[in-house]
Design a protein around this ligand. Structure first.
Ligand code: AMP
Ligand code: GLY
Length: 453
């Protein structure tokens, strides 16, 4: 098989490196790709949101499969256009990608089908929104832009002033453009967060191993929100009981709801969950692999990713063998000084081999370019360095050892990736059942693989 992967981040690099392990895969193309990706795939300079350009590229390359990884092209309908042009494509069509593309759509879907989530109201008038917020008088409160906003469309307002400012900037101030002209005001939920990605063909849903993101820029969850500074898998808060509850109350009902709405979801459906005192609730759906969750989840996959992608397209996912390695995987993100606000690009990087890798680690390139066979930074999040270990500590030690081999001016990373997970392992020893992967596999083989009647 020849496969074209659309996208240019660490997530795409992880997808490409996993695909390259498949005996079925002969050649991988990426568009636009990046410096590190170019060592594993032939890159073409077509923007991920250029739908016509990408279809033209596919016509030139004639791949056996196209994988659309980022949210924007999915929400814009790239999968529909690729399929119309005759290409087998992995990813949801536009009418299903709306589950991420519109927060209002996803909240209404959950309300209609009784899928647990925070209470909310929708507004397109700032005065009415502010009136509601004042009447609720409960802080923090959560304000969400309806549409895609580069991951910045969620504001946790700590008081009335912050809430009013958020509402005004989105609805009246045009922050996030059309994406913010309607907002969701949502109940603030508490509890550990868990990311669960899943493969689905619309008939069968197979959850991947769970993971934990670290969103803030600095240690101890301080600093600004980022795209994600590191991840660990599995997430120790996600016990086998919680996994079963999520399967029954959230995952299967979501697939059923999308089918009932005539919006069958085929691709990777990402459940952003919060384990609240009243049970697991959905914080957000994403219509794609998470970044940097993919960088810890896919390395744990024991199965052929190319075969799984094809099966999602062909609606034969129930026939795929999918299992997960034991132990833990951890990813530490190296970012460029100033991220997530402003940062320089084009800084020379040292310590990686010819392929942009270091020993005993997967070095996933997020923002790099290659010039004269040297790697330079080309973004805020630059690399994600993933390692395995039979214990969380062992995986973390390897990731940090690998990180220290690589350097560039202004590089920074969090020193506490995995510490919260470690605390959970220690504190919850009695309730945690780390054999849940085996449990989950048994469960899936009994009822988890959902077959539409
Ligand atoms: P994202 O949508 O990825 O930008 O994430 C926003 C982050 O805001 C989530 O990862 C949560 O940590 C937080 N968040 C979103 N909705 C809520 C909520 N209803 N209650 C508490 N925290 C939330
Ligand atoms: N890491 C969160 C996301 O991909 O949206």
């Amino acid at each position: 098989m020849n496969i074209l992967v659309v996208g240019s981040g660490g997530r795409e690099h992880a997808i490409i490196m996993k695909l390259s392990e498949s005996p079925m895969v002969e050649k991988i193309y990426a568009a636009p790709g990046n410096g590190g990706i170019s060592k594993f795939a032939e890159c073409f300079d077509v923007s991920a949101t250029d739908i016509d350009g990408m279809v033209e590229l596919a016509k030139k390359l004639n791949p056996d499969l196209v994988v659309v990884a980022p949210d924007d092209p999915l929400v814009l309908g790239m999968v529909d256009e690729m399929q119309k042009a005759g290409f087998k494509t992995f990813g949801p069509k536009k009418n299903a990608a709306i589950i991420e593309g519109s927060k209002i759509f996803s909240k209404e879907l959950m309300k209609k089908y009784n899928i647990p989530t925070g209470g909310y109201e929708v507004f397109d008038d700032s005065e009415k929104a502010i009136e509601y917020i004042k009447a609720q008088n409960s802080y923090p409160t959560v304000i969400k832009a309806d549409g895609l906003a580069l991951g910045k469309g969620v504001i946790i307002a700590q008081n009335e002033d912050e809430a009013v400012e958020a509402v005004k900037s989105m609805i009246d101030g045009g922050k996030f453009g059309k994406s913010g002209s309607r907002v969701v005001v949502e109940e603030f939920l508490t509890g550990p967060e868990v990311s669960v990605l899943s493969f689905t063909d619309g008939k069968t849903l197979v959850p991947m191993i769970s993971s934990m993101d670290h969103k803030r820029a600095l240690d101890n969850d301080e600093g600004l929100n980022t795209g994600g500074m590191g991840t660990v898998a599995p997430n120790p808060y996600y016990t086998s009981d919680i996994a079963k509850e999520c399967m029954e109350k959230i995952f299967i009902p979501t697939i059923n709801a999308m089918n009932a709405e005539g919006r069958t979801f085929e691709g990777c459906l990402y459940f952003g969950l919060m384990l609240t005192p009243k049970g697991p609730k959905v914080i957000e759906y994403n219509c794609r692999f998470g970044d940097p969750e993919t960088q810890v989840v896919l390395p744990m996959l024991e199965g052929d990713l190319a075969e799984i992608f094809l099966a999602c397209y062909n609606h034969t996912l129930a026939d795929c063998k999918i299992s997960w390695k034991s132990g833990f995987s951890t990813c530490v993100v190296m970012a460029s000084g100033g991220y997530p606000v402003s940062y320089k690009k084009g800084i020379e990087m040292f310590g990686m081999d010819e392929k942009g890798q270091v020993e005993d680690a997967f070095v996933y390139h997020a923002g790099t370019k290659l010039e004269n066979n040297k790697f330079y930074t080309n973004g805020g999040r630059v690399l994600g360095i993933t390692c395995f270990g039979l214990t969380l500590d062992a995986a973390l030690e390897r990731s940090y050892t690998a990180v220290k081999k690589i350097s560039f001016d202004g590089a920074f990373y969090r020193n506490d990736i995995g510490q919260r997970a470690k605390k959970a392992l220690v504190e919850n020893k009695d309730i945690l059942d780390l054999d849940y992967k085996e449990d989950m596999e048994n469960y899936i083989s009994e009822n988890g693989v959902y077959l539409r009647q």
